[in-house]
Design a protein around this ligand. Structure first.
Ligand code: SF4
Length: 285
């Protein structure tokens, strides 16, 4: 019988798990309609399952403005202050905040630093909802940049008082390099390393498991970039890596010749799929 090792960091990170659980909890108890502001997670199966339980997705601020009643759940990415204000103006709308506390901490930093009149720089991807939400807690004097090149184009001068935060999934090494450059440019600078290590930890653990296994099963959506990254990392360490989406995909695989099998999963893979795969592998191989 093969020795099975399941990654402790497989699947949802703390913030996403907390948000998904809140949505299921609300779906089970709310009397009126339940909405999430944006899909709670980029996993079609979970969103479909929630739809069956009556949870609908609001896709824009306009849709929220048109809403007359119900429960609105803020997902782990968080949102700007404006969204809270819109909900507060509606008597029959109840807001449930599932913003990840690590993201909430960035909102508070940006709100406070901006209120002091400091220029804010968010290092991250301007099109990402988390970054847009962070921006929504500052005054006007706020910039977003994803690279040193973009920062150069902002015209930051030595006499600016600058406060810098990062998108939670930004690359740590790149953030430190950017900060080093900025410190040489601006006299009055406050830097807040707001990067969350969940992604990094998942990748490090996948590498360790793959380096000691004869075969690795990576579970996740084919279009999930963080799952594909896990596959890539595992393939650097192990010759037999199987990328599957659900337990069904195990059927054509022959794993009987392997003594040590590792299992990991991307950030949007639900726990029930991970458990199902684990149980099949444990009982059949
Ligand atoms: Fe997950 Fe970290 Fe993002 Fe929170 S900040 S949702 S723990 S990746």
């Amino acid at each position: 019988m093969a020795e099975i090792r399941l990654a402790e960091t497989a699947g949802f990170c703390f913030g996403v798990r907390r948000a998904v659980e809140k949505v299921y909890e609300e779906a089970g108890k709310a009397a009126g309609p339940v909405y999430t502001y944006g899909p709670v997670i980029h996993n079609e199966e979970v969103v479909r399952d929630l739809e069956k339980k009556g949870v609908r997705v609001l896709h824009s601020e306009e849709e929220l403005k048109d809403l007359e009643e119900g429960t609105v759940i803020i997902r782990s990415h968080g949102v700007g202050k404006k969204i809270y204000d819109i909900c507060a103006g509606k008597d029959k709308v109840r807001l449930v905040d599932a913003t990840c506390p690590f993201v909430g901490k960035i909102h508070e930093i940006v709100r406070r630093e901006s209120a002091e009149g400091r220029r804010i720089l968010i290092i991250g991807d301007a099109s990402h909802p988390e970054v847009q939400g962070i921006r929504g807690w500052s005054m006007d004097n706020t910039d977003i940049a994803a690279s040193e090149e973009e920062i150069r184009g902002l015209g930051i001068s030595p006499c600016n008082s600058l406060s810098v935060v990062a998108q939670t999934t930004y690359n740590s090494k790149k953030f430190i390099e950017v900060i080093d450059k900025l410190k040489n440019l601006v006299y009055d600078i406050r830097c807040f390393n707001t990067i969350c290590n969940a992604t990094q930890e998942r990748q490090t653990e996948a590498r360790n498991i793959a380096s000691e296994a004869d075969a690795v099963i990576v579970i996740g959506g084919k279009s999930s970039s963080n799952t594909r990254k896990l596959v890539e990392i595992c393939r650097e360490e192990c010759d037999n890596v199987f990328f599957i989406q659900t337990a069904e995909d195990l059927k054509p695989l022959t794993l009987t010749s392997f003594d040590r099998i590792g299992i990991t999963a991307g950030a949007s893979t639900p726990q029930n799929i991970i458990e199902e795969v684990q149980n099949i592998v444990r009982s059949e191989f």
